[in-house]
Design a protein around this ligand. Structure first.
Ligand code: GDG
Length: 473
């Protein structure tokens, strides 16, 4: 598909990870929304992607199917431990997700974080200096919040943007962090800082205002005491709607779906698809399922809850504990409600599945449970409604009030408070009882709202904002 390119500069994307993985057939471009969306721009402008990889030495400059240069930032084991497993995943992640678990504050992790951000800056500066024109630099996510400031000093001629993929918390929470000022200053060096929602953007602006006296907030622009202007943008990330619509109707998906339909014949299917992360609300969801089955003995034979739990961060203690808790709970529910001669009510998959299978599960589900305790956006919700609509389905979406995606979906999703497990169990029942015509109409509107702001809209608007704000005096 040809696509309008919002900048004529080369685009350099900087993210924790490179968009490639090593398989039995060699290095391959990784599938994922961000890569798909950036590919046309990065390929058309002759750009590059810079990020960390476990096997940095081995990363080739180019991989098949992705026409952009790859540059791996080599990091030591100790750096990865401190910066990634430590500061990013055990300090920032829980703090920015409203303390769903307690963040750990550790000075040595912070030092590793600063050191790694600096290492990134050095590698980027070398790459950029070898280019003919100053590229547009776009830094992604919470692993690299100090980087804009480190790049601004080294590469003053490049437009510089940052996007945060997770929530930005209220100032009272930011305030707990001993290094809050450094992080805010790191971000403020960008020309434009992007967030999924207005709420996150406003939290950022209020945090900055508490740090500095005399910051003026003029519409979406922050005027800093030193005279610099920074644009703050609220812009929700999305998916490639065409790609998911095609995937949903693909032959392989149809085959997978036919098998699943046979397996779950005569049963109403609830579905959860998440990285196994404590922010995703999987335990609360299971408790609601338990209450649902307690109240409705008849459902026990006519119901299946499928949870796909993709292994994640299993070298972090809180994630290993979560896995044990979830698996205990699944065992408890199945032990209690399985009826002799019948299938278990909860199907738990601790693994990722192929994209075709994922799309087949989305199409199969009667009710999709997206019930995080806190989630920056949540792409699973958008993928579900898109695949359902492409397959002419009428599945219902149960969606947490604490997911960024709720703001776009409004009343067409069944909104829930995942901390209220009993209330959520009644909403699960209500989802089953919705009139099919109503369900179908809701699904159409949900899919339409995703289509009207897909991932290309997101990329265009982000790059446009960065380009424009860098031109302001
Ligand atoms: C962070 C923020 C924000 C899942 N299972 C399988 C599979 N997936 C894919 C989904 C989806 C992606 O993983 C998950 O994206 P989410 O947005 O739901 O969640 P996070 O990983 O937490 O992402 C989030 C996002 O960044 C983007 O800004 O929305 O709030 O937390 O695309 O399809 N893919 C395959 N098999 C699986 O089993 N192939």
């Amino acid at each position: 598909m040809s696509h309008h390119v919002p900048t004529d500069r080369p685009l350099v994307v900087i993210a924790n990870r490179l968009p490639v993985s090593q398989t039995d057939d060699g290095w391959q471009a990784a599938a994922g929304g961000l890569v798909t969306a950036l590919r046309p721009v990065i390929e058309a402008t002759g750009g590059a992607w810079i990020g960390w990889d476990d096997d940095a030495e081995a990363v080739p400059r180019r991989v098949e199917g992705l026409a952009c240069d790859l540059h791996a930032v080599p990091l030591s084991r100790a750096q990865v431990r401190g910066y990634y497993h430590g500061f990013a995943n055990r300090t920032i992640w829980p703090l920015f997700h409203d303390l769903v678990v307690q963040p750990v504050i550790d000075r040595s992790w912070w030092r590793a974080y600063a050191e790694v951000n600096n290492r990134f800056a050095e590698v980027i500066a070398d790459v950029v200096r070898a280019m003919d024109t100053p590229p547009l630099l776009w830094v992604q996510d919470y692993h690299l919040m100090l980087l804009p400031e480190m790049l601004r000093r080294r590469l003053p001629d490049s437009p510089l943007g940052f996007f945060l993929h997770i929530p930005f918390p209220p100032p009272e929470l930011v305030a707990r962090l001993p290094w809050r000022n450094q992080l805010l200053e790191g971000l403020l060096a960008a020309d434009a800082v992007g967030f999924h929602t207005r709420l996150y953007r406003d939290n950022f602006v209020r945090s900055v205002q508490q740090l500095y006296g005399g910051v003026a907030s003029l519409g979406d622009t922050l005027a800093l005491p030193d005279g610099r202007h920074v644009r703050t943008v609220a812009n929700p990330i999305s998916i490639d709607v065409e790609e998911f619509s095609e995937l949903a109707r693909d032959d392989e998906t149809e085959e997978e779906l036919a098998e699943l339909r046979e397996q779950f014949e005569g049963r109403r299917v609830f579905l959860g698809v998440d990285r196994l992360d404590y922010t995703k609300g999987i335990r609360h969801r299971l408790q609601s399922i338990q209450l649902l089955l307690e109240r409705n003995p008849r459902l026990r034979r006519e119901f299946a809850f499928i949870q796909i739990a993709v292994p994640s961060r299993d070298d972090v203690k809180e994630y290993r504990e979560l896995r044990t808790e979830v698996e205990t709970e699944v065992g408890r529910i199945n032990g209690r409600f399985t009826e002799p001669g019948h299938d278990v009510p909860v199907h738990y998959l601790y693994r990722g599945v192929s994209r075709a299978k994922l799309a087949a599960y989305y199409r199969l589900a009667d009710v999709m449970c997206v019930t995080p305790l806190k989630d920056g956006m949540n792409l699973v919700a958008k993928e579900f409604v898109t695949c359902q609509a492409a397959g002419d389905g009428d599945g219902a979406l149960l969606l947490s009030e604490f997911a960024g995606a709720l703001l776009e979906f409004g009343d067409d999703a069944i909104r829930c408070n995942p901390f209220d497990v009993e209330g959520m169990s009644y909403l699960m029942e209500a989802a089953l009882d919705l009139d099919p015509a109503d369900r179908r109409a809701r699904l159409r509107r949900l899919a339409e709202s995703v289509r009207s702001a897909d991932v290309y809209t997101w990329v265009d608007s982000q790059l446009g904002e960065i380009e424009r704000s860098s031109r302001r005096p």
